[in-house]
Design a protein around this ligand. Sequence first.
Ligand code: AMP
Length: 398
Amino acid sequence: MTKQTILVINCGSSSLKFALIDVATKEESLSGLAQRLGSEQASITIKYKGDKQTMALTAPYLHQAALAKLIEFLKTNSLTDSIVAIGHRVVHGGEEYHLPTLITEKVMAQLKKLSNLAPLHNPANIIGIEAALAAFEHLPQVAVFDTAFHQSIPNKAFLYAVPQKLYKEHSIRKYGFHGTSHYFVSREAANMLGKDINELSLVTVHLGNGCSLAAIEAGQSVDTSMGFTPLAGVTMGTRSGDIDPGVIFHLTSHCGYTVEQVDAMLNKESGLLGLSGISNDCRTLEEQALEENNPQAKLALDVFSFTIAKSLAAMTVSLSKLDGIVFTGGIGENSDYVRDQVIKQLSVLGLSLNEALNAQAIRGKSLNIATEQSPAILVVPTNEEWVIANQTHQLIQE
Ligand code: AMP
């Protein structure tokens, strides 16, 4: 059979991540990132056959310019013919979308309507889709939603205790995000444990720049820590996670802040960055805390680990038992320090770490790092690109 690949596109407001994935081998034949889109420093980095090339983009330095460079590269290396479809990560699918969806004009119109639920994310996803539709008009394009996996959450867990009209008229509810990652690592965990996913009760813990947890019962998401937006839940790189909503009223009514300023502060200047005053990067903070004894870095990591442990305990309320937890994302996969700090605070759930195994779980390794008497504590590298490629391929074959 001739080789078939899916081009996966994950478009942010000033970035565009991409990967070309072979559907038969799961192999990523090419990957890369365009950054600082919209500015004169815009560039694209393409990784191919062990080589990494960075190229400047031309005016107007936008997503279209990044895709044009990518297509040129694909053509030069005879990679375009194998592409059978394009899979797009779309952050918010609202209540309408709980399955991967072939992009049509009608779907585009609905996605645009959903932008008001995710103004920081969906408009950027739509720019990526429009640029790809223009560049690859002959190929089917599929939207895979971050919210989709969480559509199984029951209403007692997704409703906020506010007047019902907010849900009915304005769709205000918990949606949850990182769905493709929670889905993927829960299936990988079942494989590692040699169990059917339908028999397992798991908490998946995705810790990257954005962080979220999910309770997964018999393969279905039944609760998650993010909410109406990806600002809710645990402490993140630059996002505050949960705070008392009263703080916002106080800041805007009595402290001279505008709503826009508070929005920017909670999304971009809070979390690990805000607490430490040093960095949003967990690795930098660990170096500062452990090697330089910096108290602010230590405090930021303490708050971070505490909110994760607390959220993990809260997730277990939705489970019938606890077979295991799964760490993933840049921090979850790499930081033995954060894993240790989180698990230390959860002895009440019977969780305990094997320190030697914990220290071994770095850089793309799957490992069970629990002691024998503890529920499983797995470290599993996530692969959202593969989920998007696989679901896109399945859909175009139907
Ligand atoms: P992601 O968004 O999944 O790429 O994750 C980014 C986060 O992972 C950043 O906070 C990084 O500092 C963190 N990270 C990556 N490698 C390590 C490491 N070896 N130790 C601690 N944190 C890490």
